[in-house]
Design a binder for this molecule. Sequence first.
Ligand SMILES: [Zn+2]
Length: 289
Amino acid sequence: MVNRMLEKIQSTRRMITYRRIQLEQAAKTIMRVSKQNREELSKRFNSHMEALRLYFEDFRQRQSEILNEALFFQEARTEDVVSELNEQLEKLDSQNSNLKSLEYHEDNVLVFMNDIIEDLYTGMIKFSPDINLEGLKIEVGLDTDIIARIDKVLSRSANLMHVNMPALDGSDRETVSYKDLIKNMWNCLVCKAQLGVKQVECPGCKTFRPLETYENLLHRPEKVTSDEVEALKLRRKIEKQIILDLELNGVENKVEQQEQWYMIASDWLFKWKCFVTNKISRSQNANVA
Ligand SMILES: [Zn+2]
């Protein structure tokens, strides 16, 4: 009875240690993922904004060239119109000098030149040079709501959103809870390594995954999953192999006396045999009873 209680205490302590390691590892991983995420996102965000900035700079450049072209044409057009006006001015000037030259003539000559004067007079009444001013001034048309529209487009181009954490086992699964996060993972009690559920022992320090840490194996045997059964089978196989190897090596190393291996507890050996063979012998049953 006392032994049972002591075993239970040991087992509970293992579970507490295990859960502690899991929480610590999860916290570390979350911090690391969060930091990596921050750096990665800043990088992506900045390069996106830089691309937009370059695009706008390029756009400004192109529009500015178009504006310069338009201004160049306006200048040429203005020059054309001004030269037409100058032509008309010259015409007026020449008529003015004609008039001046007429004034110096004798009265009788002036009478004789009545028709010429009449022509100049009606010419001035009708004077209305046909100068086309169309397209002389250019204009820049700006849509005032364009800023709001661009803002909408840009917001879509850089959409900020919250997504879920990836699972610790490296799969593509996304998790919303701690329980999901550590699913398919277990931590080595000795070296704290993170391992997949398909592994039953830590490849680093050769420590077995404690049976207490399986969801159902010890606590809800009736709900045990096929994965858990497979894990148990694999563990039995590995344990058997370890003992076999030790037996063989023990013989081989006899000369060097380095890795002598022997059993000291027959009680433990019996329990172990029951475990690896998954059978309880009659004599063991009698002992338990
Ligand atoms: Zn380990």
